[in-house]
Design a protein around this ligand. Structure first.
Ligand SMILES: Cc1cc2nc3c(=O)[nH]c(=O)nc-3n(C[C@H](O)[C@H](O)[C@H](O)COP(=O)(O)OP(=O)(O)OC[C@H]3O[C@@H](n4cnc5c(N)ncnc54)[C@H](O)[C@@H]3O)c2cc1C
Length: 393
């Protein structure tokens, strides 16, 4: 393939890269999707898919398949540090990431994208101030592939963002977490009786402050078998207050303290390794385009802190980047000015005063998570006034 220029190369076949490739291929664009892994592969995640993400599944005509491989969760049991509980309405899918990511890669290929697994991108090719391709390591051999537009979808540790000089990780704008699957979790039969009446539990415990732990039924039949995704994320709010190591030890500590947690997990067994991962949060300073280059998904740090809906941000940015690349190809203009203008015009990425206000609000909530009594009080208030839950979740 050396010497042939592709229209678009997408680096990373996670949800952002696969969805972007699917949209591009659907619009008739020549797109090459690369990933260092062999699929199917797993990834640390809570498996929680919100409505925003499902809208993209609709547009890519895979809602039926998504539905079949998911649990539909319609309530969240919020549990505070002191054991207070509030059951609130909350809708999401619980879908195993291994299956979701495989479905999305297949969708990109079905729409006409070319997918090459086992291809690690090691760098970018620059010419005359423009990104014009990638260096790829495949089976020990390094090759170069050129493209009019490169889309970086290679996750939170993006090599593409780093190579392009776009990585601007603000201190505190990240969290770390881990997840694993458990079988035989005891779900309360009064609130989890089938695929369409499942609940997930979220624990706001001092062990993870500022952060949370979840137990979420996942995958087709998850409720019946008590097959759940169990995981936690801890915000990097202030390194001096909490160490971000020893998540497994902290999980054990939580389990020994939490009455509800130990009752749900007694008799359950972990059936996968713990997988660790990092989430990068939206900041004012991170630039997401350069000449010939667009960043999407986790590579673009587009998620709001504490929200946990990285998959929706991945899908939204994927759609915006696909439209932007399509416009650039139409106008044969791959300048940063054009890419920035069209990417921004989607208004999926908050910025300026709006972002500042939202971040202030979220950081206030995050700060209050350090106070166990405050968390107890908050859950009690939500129990009495469920409308509040909608505002916070
Ligand atoms: C513990 C945890 C729990 C989470 N829970 C949720 C949740 O419940 N709901 C939710 O919406 N979000 C959740 N998130 C966030 C969500 O997982 C991410 O936002 C989402 O995976 C972003 O998708 P992506 O495609 O941008 O990146 P990724 O899913 O990370 O995909 C990146 C891809 O790029 C590939 N790649 C990386 N480097 C290279 C390279 N050099 N060359 C080629 N390929 C490369 C990788 O193999 C990978 O396939 C969670 C994150 C963590 C860490």
């Amino acid at each position: 393939m050396n010497g042939i220029e592709r229209d678009v190369i997408v680096v990373g076949a996670g949800p952002a890269g696969s969805i972007c490739s699917a949209y591009l291929a659907k619009a008739g664009v020549d797109v090459l999707l690369l990933d260092k892994e062999i699929f199917p592969r797993d990834k640390a995640c809570g498996d929680m898919i919100t409505e925003k993400f499902v809208r993209h599944a609709n547009q890519l005509e895979i809602t039926d398949r998504l539905d079949k491989m998911s649990v539909f969760v319609n309530q969240l049991l919020m549990v505070s540090d002191g054991g207070r509980e509030a059951l609130v309405p909350y809708e999401c899918y619980g879908t195993k990431r291994r299956e979701l990511d495989q479905l999305l890669v297949e969708t990109a290929v079905n729409w006409g994208a070319e997918f090459r697994p086992g291809c690690r991108v090691t760098g970018l090719i620059h010419e005359l101030g423009k990104v014009c391709g990638v260096k790829v390591l495949t089976g020990g051999a390094e090759t170069e592939i050129r493209a009019k537009v490169v889309i970086g979808a290679d996750g939170a540790l993006s090599i593409v963002a780093k190579e392009a000089g776009l990585m601007r990780e603000a201190a505190g704008a990240m969290s770390i977490g881990m997840s694993a699957y458990f079988e035989g979790v005891r779900l309360d039969r009064n609130i989890a009786i089938g695929q369409y009446s499942a609940y997930g539990a979220v624990f706001f415990d001092r062990t993870f402050a500022p952060g949370y732990l979840w137990i979420l039924p996942s995958g087709d039949g998850g409720v019946l078998r008590g097959y759940c995704n169990v995981g936690m994320v801890v915000d990097y709010a202030d390194g001096s207050r909490k160490s971000h190591r020893n998540l497994e030890q902290r999980f054990e500590d939580w389990l020994s303290r939490s009455t509800r947690g130990s009752s749900m997990l007694s008799g359950a067994r972990r059936v996968s390794p713990w997988r660790k991962g990092k989430q990068t949060y939206i900041t004012q300073n991170m630039k997401k385009t350069a000449a010939g280059l667009i960043l999407i998904g986790d590579a673009s740090s587009s998620m709001l802190p504490l929200r946990g809906d990285g998959l929706s941000a991945a899908a939204d940015t994927a759609r915006a980047a696909a439209d932007t690349a399509w416009e650039a190809l139409k106008q044969n203009d791959f300048s940063d000015a054009l890419l920035h203008h069209y990417y921004r015009s989607h208004q999926i990425l908050m910025d300026g005063a709006e972002l500042e206000d939202e971040l202030k609000r979220i950081y206030l909530i995050r700060e209050s998570m350090f106070d166990p009594q405050g968390v107890d009080q908050a859950v009690e208030t939500i129990r009495k006034n469920q409308a509040l839950a909608k505002e916070i979740l």
